[in-house]
Design a protein around this ligand. Structure first.
Ligand code: ADP
Ligand code: MG
Length: 249
């Protein structure tokens, strides 16, 4: 086990230092440093297999790092189980309960994830569905919704918890281009309204540039550059970044 001199960054909501993860002989993450300010949206951009999901799962507590340290608000999170972290996650494939209505999917997450009473959970669920403009879906089960509607509900479920950190793993994959643009605008609006800190994973460079206050470009388990979209585009730090984001030569 490598030891790192861990210095928490003041004011940081998320502070990951030297995060490594091996799966057998596969090095999924090779020492990632990532500091995210409260309320900031970071887009994690990279090709398939670059380690984006592994990093997100480590932030969520669904996966343990082999090396490194992780702090939220200065407090170490290693060993803290997912439900005790102030995070919620949106998965690529919705992961809604198929036998429950939209409302009950949210209520369940709030009662068991957040320990809310049935009445409070119901009120929060309805409020959140309204904020997302999908109040009319409250009683529908996932099979009775379109893909875009299902993904709105899944996002609603993550935002309803009011977790300070929301992790989104390619939340729009599988949706058509027009819907992706609509939905990403809505998601960013909501995250801003709630002041939520967010990590938004995508392999789509235009999406990353549109969503992120900063964009972290990943390649082979490492962040090659993290900077504002303009900086990434105009001043790519490596040839890989330039090629991947399509910067002018
Ligand atoms: P991305 O989300 O960027 O596509 P991942 O984080 O899913 O990348 O994967 C990074 C690397 O780690 C890949 O080589 C992948 O095959 C490997 N990997 C991820 N999860 C596991 C696992 N549970 N077991 C073995 N290898 C894994
Ligand atoms: Mg992935």
């Amino acid at each position: 086990m490598t030891t790192h001199a861990v210095i928490a960054t003041p004011g940081a909501q998320v502070d990951a230092v030297g995060i490594g993860r091996d799966f057998g002989s596969v090095r999924a993450l090779a020492g990632v440093d990532l500091t995210i300010a409260a309320g900031e949206i970071v887009a994690l951009l990279g090709p398939s297999g670059s380690g984006k999901s592994t990093l997100l799962r480590i932030l969520a507590g669904l996966e343990q790092p082999t090396t490194g340290e992780l702090r939220f608000d200065g407090r170490s999170q290693l060993g803290v189980p997912p439900h005790q972290r102030d995070v919620s996650m949106v998965f690529q494939h919705y992961a809604l309960y198929p036998h429950l209505s939209a409302q009950d999917n949210l209520v369940l997450a709030l009662r068991y994830g957040r320990g809310m009473s049935r009445a409070a959970a119901r009120a929060r669920a309805d409020e959140t569905l309204r904020m997302l403009g999908i109040a009319e879906l409250a009683r529908r089960r996932p099979a009775q919704m379109s893909g875009g509607q299902r993904q709105r509900v899944a996002i609603g479920r993550a935002l309803a918890t009011r977790a300070r950190v929301v992790l989104l793993d390619e939340p729009m994959s599988g949706l058509d281009a027009k819907l992706r643009v609509e939905l990403r605008v809505e998601i960013v609006d909501l995250l801003r309204q709630l002041g939520t800190t967010a990590v938004f994973v995508t392999h789509d460079q235009a999406e990353a540039m549109a969503v992120g206050d900063r964009v972290a470009v990943m390649n082979q388990g490492a962040i090659e550059q993290i900077a504002t979209p303009d900086e990434i585009y105009d001043l790519p730090a490596t040839r890989f970044v330039a090629t991947f984001v399509g910067s002018p030569p």
